[in-house]
Design a binder for this molecule. Structure first.
Ligand SMILES: Cc1cc2nc3c(=O)[nH]c(=O)nc-3n(C[C@H](O)[C@H](O)[C@H](O)COP(=O)(O)OP(=O)(O)OC[C@H]3O[C@@H](n4cnc5c(N)ncnc54)[C@H](O)[C@@H]3O)c2cc1C
Length: 448
C-alpha cells in the first residue's frame, strides 16, 4: 500500500488546508514536514512515517521525525525498554536518510517549539488520556495543518464501529468484515533527495547514554520484536492452543513490543497469513491479536472512564455494590500485595513474575486480578490497586489492553455468572480451578 492509499487511516485534525505542492509550501529554508512519533515507535510498517515521507517528497521539504522522551506516567523499566526501541528507530531512520530528534522534553513541549518551522505536522493516533490531551493542546496552538495517521491497529476504530462494543462477540464480525475488504500490503515510500534536514532543531538526547542498570532483562526494540515473532512462529505457534498453562510458554511474548509500537499488528497479521497458508492454524492467535486487542482500543476510545470503576457495565457495578459489605476472609493492603505477601503461593508467584520479569503469564493475569477483587476492602479499591500494580510493573502497562484486561476481571466484556459472595455475578476464579486444570509445580518453582 503506498502512503496515499491509506485513506481511512488519515484524519485532518484542523481545517488548515494541506499545502499540496512545493510551490505553495513555505519557502523559507528552515521549513520542514514534522512527524511527531508517539506510540508507533518503529520504522517498519509505520503508516505515519510513510505518509510523512510522501508529503515531504511532494512538498520538496525535508522531514524531521521528533520524539519527546519525557513521558510523565512511565516508570524506569518502561523508559529503558522504550530507549532500547528508540535506538532501533534512530538506526532505521538514519539508513533511510531521515533526521530523528529525540529530546528530553514532553512531546507537547517539543512539538509546540518545533511547529513554528513546520509546514505540516503528522502524528500517530493517540488513545490514552494523557496522549489525547497532549494532541488536543497542540491542536489549539498550531497554525499549520495537523494530521493524524492510525498505525496502532489493523482496522481504524471508527471504521470498525461508531460505538462502544459490548464484548468480543459483538465486535468480531464487524472487524473481520472490514479485514476481508481491506488490503494490507505495505510498500515503503522512496525517500527523495530533499528529505534530509541539515539545520539545528533542538537539544538532543544522546541515545547511547540512556540505559543504566536495567530493572528487568527483557530487551526492547524492533530488532528484538522481529526475532521474537520468528521464534514464536518456529517454536511455539503450533502449540498456541495450550497457551493457558502457566507452567508452559506457548505465547508470543509480543505485548510489550506492540505496546511501544516497536512492531506493527499489520506486519504480524501478514506474517500469520503466510504461516496460515502453509496449513498451520493461526485462528486462535488472530483472535487475540485482532479481536481482543482491537476490542480494547474500542473500549478506551469510546469509554472516557476506561481507567475507573465506572467503566464497568451496569450489571457488574450493581452486583459488586450489593456485595460490598460481604465479609472478606482475607484483606491485604496495597503494600502487602505489591510485595507478594499473601497466603496464596500461586498469587505470590504471579506477583513475583510481574515484578521480576516485567510480564505475567496471561492466565495468571486473570487469576491475579480476580484475587485482588476478593482481598480488597471494596471493588473500587481493588480496581485501582490492580491497575496501579499492572501499570507500574508490566512492560506492556498503560496500554488499552491494560485497562480492558483489568476491567475484564471486574465484569467488562464478560457476562453475568452465578451469584456468589463478594464477586456478585462477576466471574469467579480460585486456586482449586488452577490446580485442577494445570500442573502448577514448574510455575511455582520458577517464581517462588
Ligand atoms: C488483569 C489483566 C491485565 C492485563 N494487562 C495487560 C497489559 O497491561 N497489556 C497488554 O498488552 N495486555 C494485557 N492483558 C491482556 C493479555 O493478558 C496480554 O495481552 C497477553 O498476556 C500478552 O502476552 P503475549 O504477547 O504473549 O500474548 P499472545 O497470547 O501471544 O497474544 C498476542 C497478542 O494478542 C493480544 N492479546 C492477547 N491476549 C489478549 C487479551 N486477553 N486481551 C487483549 N489483547 C490480547 C496482545 O496484544 C498480545 O501481545 C491483561 C489481561 C488481564 C486479565
Amino acid at each position: 500500500m503506498v502512503a496515499m492509499d491509506i485513506g481511512e487511516r488519515i484524519k485532518y485534525l484542523n481545517s488548515v488546508g494541506i499545502v499540496d505542492d512545493a510551490d505553495s509550501a513555505d519557502t523559507t529554508d528552515s521549513a520542514y514536514v514534522l512527524y511527531w512519533m508517539v506510540n508507533a515507535q518503529r520504522c517498519e510498517f509505520n503508516h505515519g512515517i510513510e505518509y510523512a515521507i510522501y508529503m515531504s517528497n511532494k512538498l520538496s521539504k525535508p522531514l524531521v521525525v521528533f520524539f519527546g522522551a519525557e513521558v510523565e506516567y512511565q516508570y524506569k523499566r518502561h523508559r529503558d525498554f522504550m530507549f532500547e526501541g528508540l535506538r532501533d528507530v534512530a538506526e532505521g531512520l538514519r539508513n533511510r536518510g531521515i533526521r530523528f530528534v529525540v529530546s528530553d522534553c514532553s512531546g507537547e513541549a517539543g512539538v509546540n517549539k518545533l511547529s513554528s518551522s513546520a509546514v505540516m505536522i503528522i502524528t500517530d493516533k493517540p488513545y490514552i488520556r494523557e496522549e489525547v490531551a497532549a494532541r488536543d493542546n497542540i491542536l489549539e496552538q498550531v497554525s499549520c495543518s495537523f494530521v493524524e495517521v492510525e498505525s496502532n491497529v489493523l482496522v481504524p476504530v471508527e471504521v470498525v464501529s461508531n460505538k462502544e462494543e459490548y464484548a468480543a462477540s459483538t465486535i468480531r464480525r464487524k472487524l473481520w468484515s472490514q479485514i476481508s475488504m481491506g488490503s494490507f500490503d505495505f510498500v515503503e515510500e522512496e525517500v527523495g533527495p530533499n528529505v534530509y534536514y541539515h539545520g539545528y532543531v533542538m537539544e538532543e538526547l544522546d541515545l547511547k547514554n540512556t540505559l543504566k542498570e536495567k530493572e528487568v532483562e527483557l530487551i526492547g526494540g524492533s530488532v528484538e520484536a522481529h526475532r521474537k515473532l520468528e521464534d514464536f512462529v518456529e517454536n511455539r505457534l503450533v502449540n498456541y492452543a495450550l497457551r493457558s498453562n502457566p507452567s508452559e510458554d506457548w505465547c508470543s511474548g509480543l505485548s510489550p513490543y506492540l505496546h511501544f509500537g516497536q512492531i506493527s499488528p499489520v506486519e504480524i497479521y501478514l506474517r500469520m497469513n503466510d504461516v496460515g497458508s502453509g496449513g498451520i492454524d493461526v485462528s486462535g492467535f488472530l483472535e487475540e491479536l485482532i479481536v481482543r486487542r482491537e476490542l480494547a482500543f474500542n473500549f478506551v476510545y469510546f469509554n472516557s472512564n476506561y481507567d475507573k470503576f465506572e467503566c464497568l457495565p451496569n450489571w457488574a457495578r450493581v452486583s459488586l455494590g450489593k456485595h460490598r459489605e460481604d465479609i472478606r476472609e482475607y484483606l491485604y493492603s496495597l503494600d502487602e500485595l505489591e510485595s507478594a505477601r499473601t497466603y496464596d503461593v500461586y498469587w505470590n508467584s504471579a506477583q513475583r513474575e510481574l515484578v521480576g520479569s516485567g510480564l505475567m503469564h496471561n492466565y495468571m493475569r486473570m487469576y491475579w486480578g480476580k484475587k485482588i477483587l476478593e482481598w480488597s476492602p471494596s471493588p473500587e479499591v481493588a480496581f485501582a490497586s490492580a491497575l496501579y500494580l499492572n501499570n507500574k510493573y508490566s512492560l506492556d502497562g498503560f496500554d488499552p489492553n491494560s485497562f480492558a484486561g483489568v476491567a475484564w476481571c471486574f465484569g467488562k466484556h464478560d457476562r453475568p455468572w452465578k451469584e456468589r459472595s463478594i464477586f456478585g455475578m462477576v466471574r469467579f476464579m480460585n486456586d482449586k480451578g488452577l490446580v485442577r486444570k494445570f500442573k502448577m509445580g514448574p510455575y511455582l518453582e520458577k517464581w517462588m
